[in-house]
Design a protein around this ligand. Structure first.
Ligand SMILES: Cc1cc2nc3c(=O)[nH]c(=O)nc-3n(C[C@H](O)[C@H](O)[C@H](O)COP(=O)(O)OP(=O)(O)OC[C@H]3O[C@@H](n4cnc5c(N)ncnc54)[C@H](O)[C@@H]3O)c2cc1C
Length: 439
């Protein structure tokens, strides 16, 4: 399914409850009451589909990229919150028991205490939940603890909202809409169950083990895995996987890393890991033979199938990892198109795979541009950041406008590079990128 069809499918699912309500044949109420119900219905359907969006399902992430999927997830959660917040305040009318003459509940708004309590709980929890997610970095929780709370909290909110919708909602008295809510809730709960139980169970059948851990550059490690009696991972150069090393497959200790090896190089997987927090700082201590689990491949940072006349790879720091996988693959496939790699680092000691890059320059003809923001004395290459001037200087030739550009690095660098590329006339659909941070 093409990304645009996936987006249309999403819109159709989210709007389905509203459409069912609009065509239910119930006599209309005041505009405010219709808006209130509409806001509630829309907020709830967005919340339920969020479970699938954040479930790392490849049919989504492969098409629109994991970072874009997660950005959608965050923006839609905020949209659902805004709709849920206004939902109770828009109602106008009589509160109380249902009057005998008001069989279609045109006039009366429910005061069923059970349904209102669950609505209030869902409302308060959702607000707290979205605000705590926005402030996640400031919370004193480990990522894994936060992730577990996020999953369970979302399920609790959805359960409260379901009870409220089925008992207080006017349109949800309709059996078709009530049935749809139950199905959507079932799908949401099933995707959580799949992420936490089924996927780890499947991973136990395809275990991996660490074959080597080597220092690569300043605070950067190379980790290599081999499959245990299976054929390995069917991936495309540039994709990434969630890696769980040394823990049970059901553990929440897993982190996303780009695969820096090329699929054509064999069934081993290589990762470049930069020290940052709990897991990455301990990578150097991992012993060969340690069991590992892989959830992947994910992401759409791949050039396979591309037919542009040249390829430009622009990396900042450890953002070189997926680009190295791509470059290695192009070399093994003997791809004859010109390639240029711009690789920015702060200091020289951070440059990874320098010798291999030189070999790729000689054997594959790749033009390699090392950029340092804190160069040593005598450094002959460009200095400073990978900024618009450097991009214009390196890729300003008119024939390079039709190349394919792949960008990965710190968010600020990516944004400035993407803008600079657009400024020199590169079409946005020729720029591929992957963010290592979803916030
Ligand atoms: C698509 C993608 C590809 C990446 N590729 C690489 C790579 O090739 N090399 C590299 O060094 N780094 C890569 N990263 C970043 C890497 O995932 C984090 O540096 C690492 O997870 C930090 O874990 P930690 O336990 O050391 O630190 P922590 O302090 O636990 O986490 C630091 C931050 O890393 C992120 N993070 C941690 N765990 C997860 C998780 N399970 N899922 C999503 N985000 C998480 C969160 O933003 C968190 O705040 C990539 C990230 C993404 C999203």
């Amino acid at each position: 399914m093409k990304p645009v069809l996936l987006i249309l499918f999403y819109v159709a699912i989210v709007l389905l409850p509203l459409m069912l309500a609009a065509t239910s044949g119930r006599p209309p109420r005041s505009l405010w009451n219709e808006l209130a119900s509409g806001a509630g219905l829309l907020a709830f359907s967005i919340i339920l589909v969020e479970f699938v969006l954040s479930g790392r399902f490849r049919f989504v992430s492969k098409r629109i990229g994991m970072d874009v999927t997660m950005r959608f997830h965050q923006l839609l959660a905020r949209t659902a919150l805004a709709l849920a917040v206004v939902h109770p305040f828009l109602y106008r009318g009589l509160f109380g028991y249902q009057r005998p003459w008001d069989v279609t509940r045109q006039l009366t708004l429910t005061t069923d205490i059970g349904a209102l309590t669950t609505g209030l709980l869902a409302w308060v929890l959702l607000a707290a939940f979205v605000l705590l997610s926005i402030a996640r970095d400031q919370l004193p929780y480990k990522y894994e603890t936060w992730r577990l709370m996020h999953g369970l909290g979302a399920l609790l909110i959805a359960a409260f909202a379901l009870q409220h919708t089925l008992h207080a909602g006017r349109y949800s008295q309709d059996p078709v809409l009530a049935g749809l809510w139950i199905v959507l809730f079932g799908v949401a709960a099933a995707s959580l169950f799949y992420v936490y139980f089924v996927r780890p169970l499947l991973q136990r059948k395809r275990t991996w083990h660490v074959t080597s851990v080597k220092p690569l550059a300043l605070k950067t490690w190379e980790l290599t895995l081999e499959p245990d009696n299976h054929s390995g991972l069917d991936f495309e150069a540039g994709q990434f996987a969630w890696l769980n090393v040394g823990h049970n497959s059901f553990s929440l200790h897993e982190n996303p890393f780009s695969i820096s090896s090329a699929p054509a190089a064999g069934n081993h997987l290589q990762f470049m890991i930069k020290e940052l927090g709990d897991f990455t700082r301990g990578v150097g201590q991992i012993k060969p033979g340690t069991k590992a689990y892989i959830d992947g491949p994910h992401g759409n940072l791949t050039v396979s199938g591309s037919d542009q006349p040249g390829l430009a790879l622009i990396a900042g720091g450890v953002g070189i990892a997926p680009l190295l996988g791509i470059l290695r693959q192009l070399h093994l496939e003997k791809d004859s198109r010109p390639t240029t790699l711009v690789y920015g680092n702060r200091v020289e000691e951070q440059i990874s795979y320098r010798d291999e890059l030189e070999t790729l320059a000689k054997e594959h003809g790749t033009q390699i541009v090392h950029v340092l923001s804190e160069p040593p004395d005598g450094w002959a290459g460009p200095t400073g950041m990978v900024d618009p001037d450097l991009i214009k200087e390196t890729f300003g030739a008119p024939e390079m406008r039709s190349w394919l550009y792949v960008v990965c690095g710190p968010p600020a660098m990516m944004e400035s590079v993407e803008n600079a590329l657009i400024d020199i006339g590169v079409r946005p659909n020729l720029i591929l990128s992957e963010r290592f941070d979803y916030d």
